[in-house]
Ligand binder design. Structure first.
Ligand SMILES: [Zn+2]
Length: 70
């Protein structure tokens, strides 16, 4: 099957079960927010883990994503 045949097929569209997916979407969003917190804000006054271990662990990602660092 080519891409053109797939795009122009007469098959009915597949419904996305939002009610079933919603808890997983919320869970993934919370994990994403937690990851953004650890990469972007886990330092200094906003730190919840003592020391610089988390900061140093995600340091390259911090620079890669453009968060202010040093
Ligand atoms: Zn840095």
């Amino acid at each position: 099957m080519t891409i053109a045949a797939f795009v122009h097929s007469d098959a009915p569209p597949v419904a996305i079960p939002v009610r079933e997916a919603l808890p997983w979407v919320i869970f993934a969003g919370l994990i994403l927010l937690l990851a953004v917190y650890f990469v972007g804000a886990e330092e200094g006054a906003t730190s919840i883990v003592k020391g610089m271990y988390v900061h140093e662990f995600v340091h390259d990602g911090r620079h890669l994503l453009g968060f202010p660092c040093h």
